[in-house]
Write a protein that binds this ligand. Structure first.
Ligand code: BGC
Length: 400
């Protein structure tokens, strides 16, 4: 549970061009936004693929790569000759001590770069920009992706009170009465956003009753072992692995596909994006794509219609469990906040591309938070652009 130190939201007096960075999944984004009197004039987004070796090498190399990419982005647009305030969405566990003091506490998802844990994320990025570029950039804030999504969502709908990320990783933040938060000193305001880092829920064993043998196998093969229990049940990084491991067991028991299962047994070979497409096909009661994944992509032999239906059934079960778990914790927030209406700002590939997540969650939340009025607001790239908005708000506060 972290205090994101967001003092205010947009008030219509923000002006200027601001940079935002979004680091969290397999690629990262550089974003330039232009704001006039609190209104978005222009936004440009570019994705950069992070080379595989940088996920595990010394952390400063990752920061150097980020700095070089910002320079590439600005130089390409002929915009590298002026000063920018930059907001950094850093989607990993950190302890925030101020809006620009973010102590990185651990890696999650696919990252395990040594040498940066315990350090201030802002300092690491600022040093890399100085070391590797001639750019004039002030890193004015570090934020988590769910907070950035909430801030971005609030720009469109003032009733936003939850920011939810359903992508490679999973996390949420919500608005709490500060009188309920006893351990924070920063209690001048009546309400504050709280970052939950709920991916780590269950690390103390409270979710053991629902973990299957496939959850344990996925944990053993993950980069960050014996932690992030909840995230491993439902995030995009892990759903493909869970389905694959269950299918391996069925094949070993002679209940699914014949022949070599070498690719089926290859860790991370089946992607969550493929699970989303299989689910979409199951919805249409077709088998063509599913059979193609099994025979061409996983190179299984003599794939029958029954094999394809089994694969679709497993994808359905794993997806349903993920949607149910996420709906339960989201319902808990809605019940706790008890607002007349709560808009849930969401970003992340799983929510956007999986055909059943949104309808399932709408149904399951209705059952578990009866009578609570809520709606989802999908915010494309909100997890990045929101950091630009936070930088704009900080800039306005500083200059007022
Ligand atoms: C990280 C969170 C992040 C979430 C979604 C998790 O693995 O620990 O900080 O918000 O992924 O990107």
């Amino acid at each position: 549970m972290t205090n994101p130190f967001i003092k205010e939201l947009m008030n219509g007096k923000e002006n200027g061009s601001f940079l935002a960075l979004d680091l969290g999944g397999t690629n990262f984004r550089v974003i330039l936004i232009q704001i006039t009197d609190g209104i978005f004039d222009k936004e440009e987004v570019e994705y950069y693929n992070i080379p595989k070796h940088l996920f595990t090498e010394e952390g400063t190399k990752l920061y150097d790569f980020i700095a070089i990419s910002i320079e590439h982005f600005l130089t390409n647009r002929g915009a590298n000759d002026r000063h920018y305030d930059l907001g950094f969405t850093f989607s990993f566990p950190m302890h925030l001590e101020a809006i620009d003091v973010a102590i990185h506490t651990s890696w999650t998802k696919s990252f395990s770069c040594p040498g940066v844990i315990g350090k201030n994320v802002r300092e690491l990025l600022s040093s890399a920009i100085q070391r590797k570029t001639n750019l004039d950039i002030s890193v004015t804030c570090v934020t988590n992706d769910c907070i950035a999504t909430l801030v971005y969502g609030s720009y469109f709908d003032k009733r936003c009170a939850i920011g939810l990320i359903m992508g490679t990783g999973n996390n949420a933040c919500y608005i709490e009465n500060t009188s309920n938060i006893h351990k924070w000193k920063d209690t001048e305001r009546s309400e504050s956003a709280v970052v939950l880092e709920w991916g780590a829920f269950g690390d103390n064993g409270v979710l053991d009753f629902l973990r299957t043998k496939w959850d344990r196998i996925v944990d053993k093969k993950s980069v960050v072992k014996r932690t992030y229990t909840f995230e491993k049940c439902l995030a995009g990084k892990y759903l493909g692995c869970l389905v694959r491991e269950a299918l391996v067991t069925l094949a070993q028991e002679g209940l699914f596909c014949k022949g070599s299962t070498e690719l089926l047994e290859t860790h991370e070979h089946l992607k969550t994006s493929q699970i989303s497409k299989i689910e979409a096909e199951a919805f249409r009661d077709e088998l063509f794509y599913t059979k193609d994944v099994l025979s061409s992509y996983l190179e299984l032999e003599d794939v029958t219609d029954d094999d394809a239906r089994i694969a679709q059934y497993v994808c359905g079960l794993v997806s349903y469990r993920a949607a149910l778990l996420l709906s339960l914790v989201t319902s808990m927030l809605l019940n706790r906040m008890d607002r007349p209406h709560c808009t849930i700002a969401v970003d992340g590939s799983l929510f956007v591309h999986h055909p059943r997540f949104k309808p399932l969650m709408e149904l399951l939340i209705e059952q578990n938070a009866p009578g609570k009025s809520f709606s989802f607001l999908t915010t494309k790239d909100g997890s990045g652009k929101g950091a630009g908005l936070v930088a704009a708000i900080e800039n306005r506060i500083r200059n007022s």
